[in-house]
Design a binder for this molecule. Structure first.
Ligand code: MG
Length: 312
């Protein structure tokens, strides 16, 4: 067992970066359309809580994801404090053209580690997606944009079952070769365990530095924080999360969604690791998110509240 991060002598810094994905990954699963003004309010609440990296929306076709049809308006209306990085998912060249007309300076691109999922999600083979991304990432970099790459279904796929870690590692390398500055491995199915996380992270670290990697867990089966801990012990310092566990797993209706940002911040705070996020303000953002989507959200710390060390 590696040394837990945050203790003297551990490698790397004690700062953990969080990419907040509720506005994109969270809302895209909500059926009821959220008003742009409400998205702006949630963005402001997340910024007020100290989140420094926020995935704002996706420039996907509005026909595919009507919830994110206001991508341009939201990008236009977003006024984050200086130092906050906003990014947007760009699935293809058309998306890049759209984002180029906004003030956003960071995009994310996506390939699935599962051939079947990639075909269902993007309507093309993995090889076709990679060839397309060479152009998209190259075009984005030429326009001065930073590009983050997602390898989705990196642990398991609803159609193909367990994914060979070698395939996820190969795709991570190929995305980096395209020009992505950071690669996020995602488990939207929520099936990863700490053993599998350690195995995948170890293989990734053979070819990429920890600073270029991020992990994106879903809490569908309750293993998200255990996976974060396993990755922390191997030196990973970047994690995605969504306030109050917004998002859901599209393949497991009714289950918990993305790892809740509050749960992640609570655990890291208690371990003495710095996130720059204020938990009380984050809890307020979670309550706002709940109001905006009009249903209770399942995040654990969101529901339980903070731990107050001083006796009442
Ligand atoms: Mg997700």
């Amino acid at each position: 067992m590696g040394e837990v991060a945050g203790q003297p002598g551990s490698s790397g810094t004690d700062h953990i970066s969080i990419c907040e994905v509720s506005l994109r990954d969270g809302l895209q699963n909500e059926q009821q359309i959220v008003a742009t003004a409400d998205k702006v309010r949630l963005l402001e609440a997340l910024c007020a809580a100290g989140l420094g990296h926020i995935e704002l929306t996706s420039f996907v076709s509005p026909r595919w994801v009507p919830q994110l049809a206001d991508a341009e308006q939201l990008a236009d209306q977003a006024q984050p404090p200086s130092g906050v990085r906003l990014s947007a998912l760009v699935p293809n060249a058309k998306g890049l053209e759209r984002v180029g007309r906004t003030k956003l300076v960071e995009i994310t691109v996506l390939v699935s580690a599962s051939e079947t999922h990639n075909r269902k999600n993007l309507n093309q083979s993995i090889d076709e997606t990679l060839a397309m991304l060479v152009g998209v990432v190259g075009g984005a970099r030429a326009a001065g944009l930073q590009v983050r790459g997602y390898v989705s279904m990196a642990w398991g796929c609803p159609y193909e079952g367990e994914i060979d870690p070698a395939r996820a590692v190969d795709l991570a390398q190929q995305l980096q070769n395209c020009g992505c500055h950071q690669i996020a491995l995602t488990d939207a199915l929520g099936v990863a365990s700490p053993r599998q996380t350690r195995e995948l992270v170890r293989r990734l670290l053979d070819v990429l530095p920890a600073a270029d990697l991020a992990l994106h867990f879903h809490d569908t089966r309750g293993t998200a924080l255990a996976n974060v801990l396993a990755a922390l012990e191997l030196g990973i310092r970047d994690f995605d999360a969504a306030v109050a566990s917004l998002g859901g797993c599209p393949f497991a209706p009714g289950s918990a969604g993305n790892l809740a940002t509050e749960d992640l911040v609570y655990m890291l705070d208690e371990m003495g690791l710095d996130t720059g996020v204020d938990l009380e303000a984050l809890l307020a953002a979670g309550h706002l998110a709940e109001q905006i989507v009009g249903r209770p959200l399942p995040g654990k710390v969101h529901r339980a509240g903070p731990f107050r060390r001083e006796p009442r």
